[in-house]
Ligand binder design. Sequence first.
Ligand code: ADE
Length: 271
Amino acid sequence: MTDGARLPSSPRPARMYARTFMLTIDIFTLFPGIIEPVLRESILGRAIARDLLAVRLHNIRDFAADKHQVTDDAPYGGGGGMVMKPEPIFAAVESTLGAPPAVPVFLLTPQGKPFTQEKAWSLAEGKGFALLCGRYEGVDERVREHLAAEEISIGDYVLSGGELAAMVVVEAVARLLPGALGDEEGARGDSHEGSLLEYPHYTRPPDFRGWGIPEVLLSGNHSEVRKWRREQALWRTYLRRPDLLSRADLTDDEKNRVRQWREESEKPGGD
Ligand code: ADE
């Protein structure tokens, strides 16, 4: 390996330290109670307590104009399920963020663009954003067309609503804010930073049920440890997520290694 000093990392954290203002995320939902407890715990709770992050919850039902505060209705054209009505959603967003909204509004939906670490970085570096949680069969198409800046999906599966997906986005973004992890290096070696999966971790005891740990980690040789970790990250990514390697920031030497691994596995009898 020619450049053992490089850990799986993104060049971006240096830019992040320049952030001087709190990131505000507005969440529009019919079920703020799903979200509230998550915001109190762990890294999110700490980021909010430290004024690195503000999350404002808005109950869409509060913006329904009729006496019964109806937020859904049957779909035009028939069929099962209910559709979220456009008026309370537009009223909630526009009365909070202006018309057009002052920050991008992302609709959480399984039809959206897959959420990535790259997107988390761009949101963490931005001026704030809003998340709109869909429920029922979906939202009226006019919300997608005329209110949402973009649609985000957290994966190819269907949840009962966007609330948990919104929490995934908030958590992924919050941990990138400078100071949120306590350890400024913390997010750098994460899986998906630099498009590589993370290397394996071990802690005490050195022998657990007869299962040891790699010798190099006990050597005290930091450059060897870095080299080992980088190699593990590369190998693990090659085995588990080879699709990521085309985007990864690899040295020429590492590209050759990957090419060799591929060639070997393509040989008859290779794995
Ligand atoms: N709402 C329901 N399923 C979802 C998903 N996979 N991603 C984002 N929002 C959703």
